[in-house]
Structure formats: C-alpha cells, structure tokens
Design a protein around this ligand. Sequence first.
Ligand SMILES: C[S@@+](CC[C@H](N)C(=O)[O-])C[C@H]1O[C@@H](n2cnc3c(N)ncnc32)[C@H](O)[C@@H]1O
Length: 413
Amino acid sequence: MKNPLAEITELVRRETGIALPAAREAALRAALRRAAPGTDPAAFLRSVSDPAGGRGLMNRLIDEVTVQETSFVRDRGQLDTIAWHSLLQAARAGGSRTIRAWSAGCASGEEAYTLALLADQALPLVDAPVDVLGTDISGAALAAAALGRYRDRAVRALPPSPRGRYLDQQADGSYLVGERLRRMVRFRRHNLASGPFPPPGEAAFDLVVCRNVLIYFERSLVVQVIDSLRRSLRPGGVLILGAADVITGSTARAADPAAGPVCPARPDARRLRRPLGREPAQSREQRLAAALEAADKSDRDDALSQVASVLADNPLDADALFVQGLVTLEAGEPARAVVALRRALYADPAFSLAAFTLGRAHDAVGDALAARRAYERFLRTLDPADHRHELILQQVDIGDIAAACRARLGEQP
Ligand SMILES: C[S@@+](CC[C@H](N)C(=O)[O-])C[C@H]1O[C@@H](n2cnc3c(N)ncnc32)[C@H](O)[C@@H]1O
C-alpha cells in the first residue's frame, strides 16, 4: 500500500472534487480523527472499502473535510445585483409561476434562505415568488439546513426588520427560520463533482448561485462544473459565481483555453464616481468611471482611450494603470494586463488589489509561478482599511479574495 494518507487524499478528490494540498495534511489528519476516532489512516482505508459501513464512513469524512463557512446575505453587493423582477417576468414567459433558483453548495442553508428572503422582499405582492433548491454534498450540512436554526453570527448581516419578519428568535437567543421562508426552500443532496446536472427530476433554473465552492476543487474540474451549471439554466438564465471562485475559474480557464469565460468579479463603474485615489480630482474620476462603464459595455477601445487620457496627465497614475490592467484582462489580453498592473505596483507598491489582479493575469497567460508571487504579494500588502477595495469592487468581498488566495497558495483558509 502506498502512503495511506495520500490514498485518502486521492479518495476525497475522486469523491468530491476537493483538492487537498500537502499543506493541509494536518487538517486532513484532524478530519480523520473526528470522522473515525481512534482509527489510523491505514485502518480507515480498510474500513471505508467495507461494503456494509464504508459509505457511511466516507460520508462522515466528507462532512469533516468540507469547509462549510456561510452566513445570511453573505457578499450582499453581489446578491443585490439579482434582478428579481426580470427573473419573474422571464419565468412567467416560460410558463412557470415562480422563479426557480438553485443554491449549489448551500452548506447549512443560509444562502438558500437568503435567496428566498430577497425574492420575497423584492416581489412583495407575489405569493412565494421563488422556489429555491439548496444542495450540498455534506449530509451534516443539509441536516442543519433543514433544521434552519442559526446562531447570532450567521444572521449578523441581516438588518433587524427582515430578521424579525422572517426568523423567530428562540429562548436561547438562536433564530429559527419561519414558515414563510420554509415554504419557498427545499434541500437535497447533490454532488457537483459527479452530477447529474440539473439534479435528477429538476427542470432548468432561472438562477443558479454557486459561491465559495469551486475554490476548493481541483482545477481541471472547475471549468467542467461551471459548464454544467450553465447547462442547468434556462436560456437567458443567470449564473452567479462567488468572488472567491474568480481565481479558480480564471486559472482553470487558462488551463483550458477552449473553455468559455467564467463570470468574473465585475468592477462597479457607479462606485467609481466617488474618489478612487488619494486626490479627489473630479475630471480624473469621471474619466476612470467612464472607462469602466465602457468596459462594462464591452467597448474596450473607448475604455482604453479614457484611461489613456488620465495617463497622459500622469503616466504613473496607479489607479489608471490598475483600470487599464483590469480592462485589458477582461478583454482577453492578459499579457498587456501584466504590463499595466506591474506598472501600477511600481507606482504604488502597496496596491494589493493590483497584486491580486496581476495574479489573475499571470494565471491567464499560464505563468503559475509569477501568479503565485503576485497572490503572495496581495496577502502581504492587504490592508482592509484601503478604501479602494470598497470603491472598486462590487461583487467582491476582500476577505473572500484573501481566503481564495490562501487556498490557491495551499495554505489554511
Ligand atoms: C464554503 S461553503 C459555501 C456556502 C455558500 N455557498 C456560501 O457561499 O456562503 C462550501 C460548501 O460546498 C460544499 N461542497 C464541497 N464539495 C461539494 C461537491 N462536490 N458537491 C456539492 N457541494 C460541495 C461543502 O460541503 C460546503 O458546504
């Protein structure tokens, strides 16, 4: 028998798609101890191949190795982009009374309930406007989801009014999901690594949300899963990937140039109307905002000419160089993006978001070593107080980017 721990790593990868880098060996050992107390890796391998109890043991290990961190309205900025009215119109045009939504990799259910809550708030006159399916590979997570009882930490981002309306506070301080949300949400087990897509018996979805799941997958699987999720949508349906999945997606895309684009973290041009850099010079802001607006409309030339006019005033304007890098990266010109982003970092060595985007650009040209260095630099220079994070990022939580970088670098998240 080869190294039993390596065999278990391979078993987890085959079963779940989750890659466990060598740096996570201690975490795997701890997960094994929790799943099968008193059993060493070799004995675990023997027991897991037993036709009678093996499956249950494997499921316990899956419960333990999966990262189930989640909360209500996580990454609110991203959820706010969901156009519930258009989704309902499209669903009705397709003959369905309700919007069909899928929270894939829903963990203990907060994301699925959040989708129901947001739909209900956006469409108050429609009775149960959404049918949300929450799926996960972990039986323990699904049991918690079905129970729908949450501690304070899970609901902290939920303002008091929806909290009081949709959840019932219990004597011990916990919150129990109320009937209104429960009517709109159901849970079932589904493995994103092995399908099928959509889950058996499910019709195509209007909305698929899969966030903070793919970052843990082996890269070769990521493009495949994204394509399968896309195929689970009705024509014109919406797929939302988590901000933290951006790295995984772009890396996987680099590994498979034939694959289609993944939903990237989109900059929000409206936010750039507020000062982006240190000096609040109005015309500069307007030109940078116009550049991002043009990029949003896929008008690369207009976007780059706006940036060029800012750079004509100051060739080392770090923000303009950053936007130039972002625009060229999204336009499929990663080598050009690398040049612009390196310059941005030369102009402002502590511009961590430029380091992160440089990592994505290096990944897109297939330079894994340089990408690694850029992600390390991002983590080194990350300053949560740097206001550019809020100003530039719409769908991205900086903490999630940091977690994704750590996962990418094989560190503990
Ligand atoms: C970090 S949670 C994400 C929860 C939620 N989507 C969010 O963003 O808050 C990741 C979830 O993905 C699930 N997962 C991991 N591998 C999976 C697979 N192959 N199929 C389905 N779910 C999987 C884990 O069990 C875990 O609950």
